[in-house]
Design a protein around this ligand. Structure first.
Ligand code: CMP
Length: 140
């Protein structure tokens, strides 16, 4: 089925001029960028977005990293978009990511792992609504 998923190009990748390279991976895989913007996350946004990880030991470091520079947030649309995006991103830890994936090819560490993608339909819906109004999304 045609799905929407939410994606972030993280500060490490924006800082290294990898926005276009990562967007190209999405488009080559058949995922359409139907919404996109650059922003510097506030602490409320970073903590709220990653609220499910609040009790994890890495949470403070994750929030600090995600606020360390601008990010690109986008909505991707396409057949099986949630799983497809996770496949092209690769494993969370770049050390475990398969060759040819975004995290294998571009990421620097488990924090500076270049991209975030929703893991399930419910999180995709929550994450899209966290950053975008419906009138900012251009289904094609
Ligand atoms: P992301 O998909 O954005 O979701 C939460 C992020 O926490 C994850 O990518 C990693 O960048 C970061 N993180 C840091 N340490 C860990 C860890 N031990 N397990 C999972 N995620 C971690």
């Amino acid at each position: 089925a045609i799905e929407r998923t939410f994606s972030i190009v993280k500060p490490d990748a924006v800082a290294r001029n990898l926005v276009g390279a990562i967007y190209s991976r999405f488009e080559t895989a058949g995922l359409k960028i139907v919404a996109s913007k650059m922003l510097l996350l506030s602490s409320e946004q970073a903590e709220g977005f990653y609220g499910e990880h609040k009790e994890r030991p890495f949470f403070p470091h994750l929030v600090k990293f995600m606020m360390s520079g601008p990010v690109m947030v986008q909505v991707l649309e396409g057949e099986n978009a949630i799983a497809k995006n996770r496949e092209i991103m690769g494993a969370t830890n770049p050390a475990d990511a398969a060759a040819g994936t975004i995290r294998h090819d571009f990421a620097q560490s488990i924090d500076a792992n270049s991209a975030h993608g929703s893991d399930a339909p419910a999180s995709a819906a929550r994450e899209i609504a966290f950053f975008f109004n419906e009138n900012e999304i251009f289904s094609r």
